[in-house]
Design a protein around this ligand. Structure first.
Ligand code: FE2
Length: 306
């Protein structure tokens, strides 16, 4: 069943009607919901989960035991699951899963961080023409110190821009490029030629309209390289400034992991980043799948609400 059908068939249109408890994680962003993902999820329940996803932007489940196959199956409820081009991260025979681990073949910390690009604020899959919708990430092993995941609300970031800033960025498009962000943050393990060829840069509106809530939000992050039609350095400076301006402490949720937790977030309206940990003394293993969404667009007109 498509997400739109699940939404239209569910009777649970508002939080008080949802068949699970909801515990907001901050006043603006994120909620823990009490759903047992180890059992099958019928369309009615999934419709309510999806409404919560649109309302809260970040959902927390668990701790629970979530085998890889069930994680992929849950991802497919949201839509088409991405097969990531960086195939060295594929996990457990599932090309839909992407494992970030600092452990060596003996299960000991290797001293090498698996992807330092995750430490900068970004949104998953913005370097594709069809960008990321949900990311679904499961904590197999969590670090005792560091290795947290932070989220910030891009609806609120846009709403807090003053009129002159909104006018300045209203019609801009940014080119997002995985090779740019990867090389910049992760120079010792560059992309292969085949991976580079498979990921041509893609331009997207700097302000996008969420296709389901109708709300406008800033859509940039660390994969954004330059602004179409603007001198390169000027565009770089603007992107860096906006990425910094977009993060507000009161619009941020900082998640400190317990093993077995699952986080699901909407890449269309949040940025996220991991915090550093010591890869020589700490162990951290997470597995992730990302669901593909749509080509970002800016829709002008009357906002809708989810
Ligand atoms: Fe990410």
């Amino acid at each position: 069943m498509q997400v739109s059908e699940a939404l239209s068939t569910t009777k649970a249109a508002s939080p008080q009607d949802w068949p699970f408890e909801v515990h907001p994680l901050t006043p603006k962003l994120g909620a823990k919901i009490a759903v047992d993902l180890s059992s099958d999820i019928d369309d009615e329940l999934f419709g309510a989960i999806y409404r919560a996803f649109l309302r809260y932007q970040v959902l927390l489940f668990g701790p629970l035991d979530l085998p890889p196959a069930r994680q992929v199956a849950f991802g497919r409820r949201f839509g088409e699951v991405q097969i990531h081009v960086m195939n060295q991260y594929h996990a457990d025979g599932f090309p839909e899963l992407y494992r970030l681990s600092n452990l060596d073949e003996h299960g000991k910390p290797s001293g090498k961080h698996p992807d330092r690009g995750t430490l900068a604020w970004h949104t998953d899959g913005s370097w594709r023409r069809v960008t990321g919708q949900a990311t679904i990430i499961y904590g197999e092993v969590v670090a005792g110190v560091g290795g947290d995941t932070y989220f910030c609300d891009m609806y609120g970031a846009y709403e807090r821009l003053d009129a002159s800033w909104k006018a300045r960025i209203d019609n801009l498009r940014a080119v997002h490029n995985l090779d740019f962000s990867r090389t910049r943050r992760h120079g010792e393990d560059p992309m292969t030629d085949a991976q580079r060829l498979a990921t041509p840069p893609a331009d997207h509106p700097v302000v996008r309209t969420h296709p389901e809530t109708g709300r406008d939000c800033i859509y940039l992050g660390d994969h954004a390289e330059y602004i179409v039609g603007m001198p390169y350095d000027e565009g770089r400076a603007l992107i860096e400034q906006l990425n910094a301006m977009a993060v507000h402490p009161d619009l941020t949720y900082e998640h400190h992991w317990q093993a077995g937790e699952l986080l699901v977030w909407d890449n269309r309206c949040v940025m996220h980043r991991a915090t550093a940990y010591d890869p020589l003394t700490q162990s951290r293993v997470v597995r992730r799948c990302t669901v593909l969404g749509e080509v970002p667009v800016r829709v002008r007109g009357q906002p809708r609400t989810a």
